[in-house]
Ligand binder design. Sequence first.
Ligand SMILES: [Zn+2]
Ligand SMILES: [Zn+2]
Length: 321
Amino acid sequence: MISEDGAVDYADLARELANMVHGYPYGDPFALLGWIASEVKSDPESRRGRAMTAALWASRWYARWRVTDPALIDDLIEAAGHAATVLEAAGCTAPGAHEDPQVDEDPEEAGDVVARIGDPEGWLARRPDDEDIEAYACPGFVAGLAAEAEQVLKDARAERFNAPDTAHLDERFLTADGHTDIDALMTDVERQRGSRLDPTAQSAALWAARRLLGDARPAERTSLALAVSHLAQHCAWGSAAPGVVTLYREALLTFDLSVLDRPCPHPEAHPGISLRDVPSLARTVAAGVDGGEGCPHRVAAHVRKMIDYTGGYLGVEDAPA
Ligand SMILES: [Zn+2]
Ligand SMILES: [Zn+2]
C-alpha cells in the first residue's frame, strides 16, 4: 500500500477499504484505521490528507460496528474533527463552477472516491471520461465527508462503549430478602436465541454481571456467571457493544477459577457445557439439586472459555486473566 519512497498506492488502498467493509480485509483493519487517523491528523489539507480523510469516511460504518477499542474510536473522531475544521476553513475552490459529487454507500464507490482524490492521473488513465474529478478533491466537498464521519463515530462512541443502566431490574430480579431470583433472571436470559441480540436478555445478563461485581451471594455466583456466559457466547454473532462485553468479561474474571488447578473429584469426564444447556443448568445449580452436571470444575472450565472468547472479541486475549 505504501511504496519505498513513501507514496501511497491509492488503487490498492481503495481495494483494501472495500475488502475491509465487506468483512475480508487482507491486512489488519485496526492498524489500517490507526494509520489513516495519523495521516489525516498530520495534514488534512494536502492532497494526501484529503484522500486519507475520504478513506476515513469510507471506513466510518466499519469503525462504527467493528472497532472494539474505544481509544481507536477517539483517535478517529479527533482526526475527522480536525479535518472537518481545516477543510471547512479552506472552503470550495470553485464556488458555482462545480457541484459536490453524489456518492453511493457502496464500498467500491467509496474506495473510488479515495483513488480519485489521491491519484487523479492514475484514475484518469483508467477512466478518461471522468469530468468532475476535481470536484471530488475539493476541500469543501471533503470537509462534508469529514463532518459526516465525525458524527457517525461520535454516535458509535456514545452507543457502543457504555453499557445500559440496569438498576430498574432490581425490582424484577431480587427477592424480598435480597437474593437473586434465578428463575426470573434466566427467563429473561433464555430469550436470547439465534444471532440477533435480544435487548431484554442483554439487560438481564448485564444485571447479572453487575451483581457478580457487587453484592452477589456466594450461593448464587455460579448461576449468575452462567447467565452472563450465555450472552457472552452470543457477542460475536450479534455484534454486541464492546462496552457491554467488557462488563461481561470483568464480571466473569471475578469467578473463582482455582478449581481448574485441581483434578475433578470424580473419575469420569464430563461433557462441555453447550449453549442450549446454560439456562437449565443455572436453574439446577441455584436449586441445589444437581446430580453432578454442575460440577464446579465443569462450570469453571466454561467460564474460562468465555473469558478467552470475550477477550478475543475485544482484542485483549493476551491480557492476564
Ligand atoms: Zn468545491
Ligand atoms: Zn467434574
